[in-house]
Design a protein around this ligand. Sequence first.
Ligand code: ADP
Ligand code: MG
Length: 542
Amino acid sequence: QTAAEQHEFGAEVGRLLDLVVHSLYSEREIFLRELVANAADATDRRRFEALTRAELALPEDAAVRITPDQAAHTLTITDDGIGMSRDELIANLGTIARSGTRAFGQNLADAKPEDRPSLIGQFGVGFYAAFMVADRVEVVSRRAGDDQAWAWTSDGRGTYEIRPATRELPGTDIVLHIKSDAEEFLEPHRLEAIIRKWADHITLPVKLQRDGEYVAANEATALWRKPKSEVTEEQYEDFYRHVAHAFDKPWAVLHWRAEGTLEYAVLLFIPGMKPFMPVEDARESKIRLHVRRMFITDDANLLPPWLRFVQGVVDTEDLPLNVSREMLQTTPVLVRIRKAVTNRVLTELKNRSSDIDSYSVFWNNFGAILKEGLWEDAEHRTEIAGLSRFHSSTAEGLTGLADYVGRMKPEQEAIYYLAGDKLEALRDSAQLEGFRDRGIEVLLLTDPVDAFWPERLANFDGKPLRSITQGAADLAALPRTDGEPDPAPDVAELLASLKTALGDAVSDVRSTDRLARSPVILAASEAGPDLQMQRLMKRSGQ
Ligand code: ADP
Ligand code: MG
């Protein structure tokens, strides 16, 4: 036998392992969910590769097998999946192959203990959860298509070993040397309960060894294929947590089946909380595409980027299993499914927007993302505008554009808005003075995307949108609510001398009826970008 090689973890990973192991004690059973999920993913990948390489075909009885051995104090999770080569073991288990490593470690350290488990799922470091219950983990894996198997071993404290091993067939065994205080995870009863809780929706059979025999421990059905009436709320929630790597309750569950020229089943979720990793990092929707139950890809962009917070599965009868990547982007089947699914999500949002409290929860989580559609999606722009909510200078809580229009003064022609970074600063802004005196409501916009879309939307319900930091004053036509006459001091001379003094620094100096208490204010010209847009451009170095 060749001598074992010694490899070192990246420094951050060592610290990370420590945090994972010592922060998750309240939910230790999670390790099994993570390992079974990995086994199921690996089996999906092998099934997919076998479509083009018949020699990789899965055995008929492909399953995840869980074998507790109380005498040896080991728990073994075995799969018939794709397996890992030596290089893959190093890449996948020896480094955390996600860009968020540093952020992860920091955030985990900062997070409240009850929030920590959700961080694990979201950052895809599930494998390391094994060290919560094991003081040594041994992975024996043989890549499908390779002859050589490899063993990876670590005590989770900073180093791991790799050496050649033997394994008769492709697949992976994860052998956990169970800690003395975790013996409960060797009891079949306990294991069965955990599998029921976490792995029922996994479509691969999970089998547990009891009295020398492997018995089915999960239902192994595709939840989204079942009729709604046969799915409990709890099953939806478990499945949501699985697909979304989340631990909250979904804000919305959308489950339907389309029958007719196209047949597909859809199960989507709108999360109840903002995911911990900002969704802005990747703009693509990660809805999973299945063809006749088989997972194909989560890169099919089944929803537009501005609905990327939606999680879930679309499963269709109408694509070949060996659908290619190029085909995924252009096939008319998916074009039609995309359209239908997008519209269905928008309808759900519309239906739920009348419940103000509940809709505010959604809006505070994902409104900033939805508004990107106002900028980039001409087809759905009007609909998204109707679903959008804003703070305003006069309304309590959030308001929609339709409600704003309903409150407009008879003489008022435009929907006014003020964009900036902070709500408090906007509320105190001198730009609002003249509007306040006339009782005119101004929308206060604080998301970065707000600097961009108003120009694209241009108007709502026939009323133009106007930034109050831009252009000449046009409040003269609107009566003051305090009944005071507008002072009209003769400032012509003052303006002329200010213009001379400021020279090229400004394009014009004008009198305005927008101000009540402040003597001067900076405004953008009608032709160019408004003030917030100019600030953003400056910040990005333009
Ligand atoms: P994630 O599953 O979110 O990618 P994990 O820490 O759970 O993160 O696993 C890291 C990687 O290790 C996986 O992406 C996969 O490539 C590999 N891996 C883990 N378990 C298995 C397995 N049983 N078979 C094949 N590959 C696996
Ligand atoms: Mg995983």
